[in-house]
Structures are given as structure tokens and as C-alpha cells.
Write a protein that binds this ligand. Structure first.
Ligand SMILES: *Cc1c(COP(=O)(O)O)cnc(C)c1O
Length: 454
């Protein structure tokens, strides 16, 4: 530490020259934010205090490397800091963007955009009182579980259903409620990690369940499950290989065979289906994703999946299965911790209604995945036509490409699509992409070969 007399003298001088908050507040460059009602006076005081405190701290810790010394210099510096803060605090951090990346379910861009009816239901419920836990028929206390359960059971054929915060919470909840202090059997081929540091092995540890790994990375046989079953086995867990595909010399156990074993040994099967779809994409020759209905029909005791992946609804974890298990979860202490709010329930209800009356094209995620090539080509044409004129300093071309579903779902699926490639005469693709991100509604693109790809 530098503690010689000279440094201490400088430190003292600087601290003395830090302007008083009241004087800063009178500076017209600070005062204007209060006068034009950007912030309240007390908020201005608070921000100035925080800025000055952080300068004082860095002077005292000998970390002040700036040459600034005089009171006037400090005032100017603080005004600049305040201006930066004001820019950050007055623009919304969470902003609407246009996703031109070619990835439909982009986790960094908020996954599924909601259907219009779902968004309207959120607005409705948000701006008034609602029947969140009120039974309108009897005029007595109701349960928020009842709001969407009937839709989910009708659509999936399951006996009962429950909604929690997200699918990660659903996995944790099921393991905690049924397998804490007991064993859970999982195939080594299914010990997946999903983006955002969600690992089956870690979530298992966190829940207090003991992981019993069976089989190998590429092959797991029914006999492996059979041999691993003990009196301590609480669950047989199947995890959907969401974000990767196992190809080549592989084998996993068929659900029917596993069902027979589960019945014989009286151990429930829980499947973390990940994306979980109600719409059969296979019928449209897109991927090989099993539907939730198929899993229910196969007799899986408990199934969980995300609300904002292939379902195209709000962030949620949907658990469906046998009534006796779902009832147990409903009564569990953790239910209160993991429960969803009224906005989720309102938008989920509206989304599920679109499945009930077969209006899935109203759901943006499904519409984007199912959109046919000709329609995409038309969109590309409209876009290039609108932007093309003689003097434009850039050139646009349409090319056939493929898009991804994303969100850790259907990794092997390449959706046929068209892209628009933009090449500028003088500016680099990075410069163009940066400009596109500065628009009021920013456009997020991909770059390839010094071209901007929409
Ligand atoms: C996405 C996914 C999760 C996590 O779901 P969230 O809704 O994002 O919490 C869990 N398991 C699998 C297999 C997944 O694909």
C-alpha cells in the first residue's frame, strides 16, 4: 500500500474537493432531470449520493487513477456519470426485439412469443381483480390449480395435472416429493445437461435423491433397470434427450417394456419430456418428437414439460399423470414455493384453448415451425422489394437455407427456409448488425461471410 506523506496529502485534497450533494443538486445539469420529471428529487439525491460514495471509496482505497482533483473537475465528472445512469435508467432493460436469427425458440430472446389472445388475457387479469382463488359458483374460496387442470387433462388424456414455475422446478419437485432419501434409476444415455447449467445429476443431488446410473452412454437394456431395482428405489426416471441426438449403435428401453417392469415391481416411472408437445409434428414430417398424449397412453405415471417451448405458451412447468401422484404434489409444502402467478395461468389457459378448438396457427411458435416454404419465400420477397432501390449502398439476395427449432428441442430437425443476405458496399457485416441493434425495435441477426443474414 502506498502510504507516503505525499499520497496521503493528495488523498486528503481529493476528499476535500468532492462536492456536497446539495450543491450538485443545484447544478442545472442535474436539476433538469427533476424539472422535466424524469426522476423525483429524492431519487436524484440518492443517485448523486451513490456516485459520490463510490468515488470516495475508490480514493480511499488508492484506486483512483483519474487525474481529476479540483471541485469543478469532480462536479463535471459526476454530472457525466449521472447522465450515463439516466440513459440506462430511462430506457427499458427488457425490450421487444425482432428475432431474425433463424432459431424459432431462442432462449436468450425469451423463447415462445405468446398468442395475441394469451397476451390479452394477461392484460385483462393484470388490470383488475380476478377469480384466481375464488369459486364463482359457490362464492367461496377456490383453488388456482383448477384453472387449467381440466384443459390439460382433456388435451393429454392424463388423470390429473399441475402447473409450477418452470420445467426445471417440476423435475426438482417430483424428485424431492417422491425420491428424497431414496434411489432414482436413470440411464447413462439420459444424464443430460440443458443450457443454463441445468444438469440432471445436480438437480438430483439438490433434491436429496440418490442417482443410480445404469447402462452405458449409447446402450441401456431392460435388464439394467431390472438389476438396479431395490427396496430403496423410488422412481425410474426417463429424460428426454432434448438438445442432442444419439445416433449409430444405440439402444434405449421401450416404454411398454419399462411399463411392465414398473407394474411388476410397483415402482412409478417419471419422464422429463423437456419440450413436450401437444401437437404431433411427426404428422407434418417434422422430427420425431413424441407427443405428451402418446406418453400418457404408454402409461408413464408422471410426465413434465415446459410451457414456453413447443407448447408456445408462458414460462411454466406442466406436470401430468396419475391422480394419486398429482394429489400428493398438490398437498406438498413445496407447492406454495413453486406455484405460478395469475399472469401465467391466464396466458396458459388462453394458449390451451387454442389447442382445444384447433386454432394452433394462432400460436406464433407453432406457426413459425409449420410455415411452408412458399410463404417464407413471399415474406423474403416482400422484405427485399421494400428495401431495394437503385441508389442503395447494399445488395440483397434471397437464398434457400434451413432454420432451427431451438430452445433445446428437436436438435436434428432442419426446417427448410429462405434467408435474405445483405451485403453493404462499404460497411462490414458487424457494423450493420450493430446498427440494427440500435433501432427502436432492434433486429437480431446472424452474420456469415461478411453478410448479414435475416
Ligand atoms: C428445457 C428442459 C428442462 C428445463 O425446462 P425449463 O422450462 O426451461 O425450466 C428440463 N428438462 C429437459 C429435458 C429440457 O429439455
Amino acid at each position: 500500500m502506498r502510504t507516503n506523506g505525499l499520497m496521503e496529502g493528495e488523498t486528503m485534497e481529493r476528499l476535500r474537493n468532492l462536492p456536497a450533494i446539495d450543491r450538485l443538486k443545484q447544478d442545472p445539469r442535474c436539476k433538469k432531470y427533476v424539472l422535466n420529471e424524469t426522476i423525483s428529487e429524492s431519487m436524484l439525491t440518492e443517485l448523486l449520493q451513490q456516485i459520490v460514495a463510490s468515488i470516495r471509496k475508490s480514493i480511499l482505497q488508492n484506486e483512483w487513477t483519474n487525474a481529476i482533483k479540483s471541485e469543478m473537475e469532480f462536479t463535471n465528472y459526476i454530472v457525466t456519470q449521472l447522465k450515463k445512469e439516466m440513459t440506462d435508467l430511462t430506457t427499458n432493460s427488457l425490450q421487444k426485439v425482432i428475432n431474425a436469427t433463424g432459431v424459432v425458440l431462442h432462449t436468450n430472446l425469451g423463447r415462445a412469443p405468446l398468442a395475441r389472445s394469451a397476451a390479452e388475457r394477461i392484460y385483462n387479469v393484470a388490470t383488475a381483480y380476478s377469480t384466481l382463488e375464488y369459486d364463482i359458483k359457490t362464492g367461496t374460496r377456490g383453488s388456482r390449480h383448477d384453472i387449467v387442470e381440466r384443459y390439460i387433462t382433456a388435451l393429454t388424456g392424463a388423470e390429473a395435472a399441475l402447473v409450477v414455475n418452470n420445467n426445471a422446478a417440476a423435475v426438482y419437485f417430483v424428485l424431492k416429493a417422491f425420491a428424497k432419501g431414496k434411489e432414482v434409476i436413470v440411464s447413462r444415455g439420459e444424464l443430460v445437461e440443458i443450457g443454463g447449467s441445468f444438469r440432471i445429476s445436480s438437480i438430483m443431488e439438490e433434491s436429496g435423491a440418490t442417482l443410480v446410473e445404469i447402462g452405458t452412454t449409447n446402450k441401456t437394456h431392460l435388464a439394467d433397470y431390472e438389476q438396479a431395482l431395490t427396496d430403496e428405489t423410488a422412481l425410474m426416471l426417463k429424460v428426454h434427450k432434448s438438445n442432442f441426438a444419439l445416433i449409430g449403435f444405440t439402444e434405449e428401453v421401450d416404454t411398454t417394456d419399462l411399463r411392465q417392469l414398473a407394474t411388476k415391481r410397483n415402482v412409478p416411472i417419471y419422464e422429463d419430456l423437456g419440450s413436450g408437445t401437444l401437437f404431433d409434428f411427426k404428422r407434418k414430417q417434422i422430427g420425431s418428437e413424441p407427443t405428451v398424449q402418446e406418453k400418457v397412453r404408454a402409461g408413464i405415471d408422471l410426465i413434465s414439460f415446459s410451457g414456453d417451448k413447443l407448447l408456445g405458451g408462458p414460462q411454466a412447468g406442466i406436470i401430468v399423470g396419475k391422480k394419486k401422484y398429482i394429489d400428493l404434489l398438490k398437498k406438498h409444502q413445496l407447492m406454495r414455493v413453486l406455484r405460478v402467478d395469475k399472469f401465467t395461468l391466464a396466458s396458459l389457459e388462453a394458449t390451451l384453448k387454442l389447442y382445444m378448438n384447433d386454432q394452433i396457427e394462432e400460436i406464433p411458435t407453432l406457426r413459425a415451425i409449420l410455415m411452408d416454404e412458399a410463404e417464407i419465400y413471399e415474406k423474403a420477397r416482400t422484405f427485399t422489394d421494400a428495401l431495394s432501390h437503385e441508389q442503395a449502398p447494399f445488395s440483397l439476395t434471397i437464398a434457400k437455407k434451413s432454420a432451427k427449432v431451438g430452445g433445446g428441442t428437436m436438435p436434428e430437425v432442419e426446417l427448410p427456409t429462405y434467408v435474405v443476405k445483405l451485403k453493404h458496399k462499404t460497411r462490414t457485416s458487424e457494423e450493420i448488425a450493430r446498427s440494427l441493434r440500435k433501432y427502436k425495435t432492434q433486429i437480431i441477426t446472424r452474420l456469415h461471410d461478411n453478410k448479414v443474414i435475416f
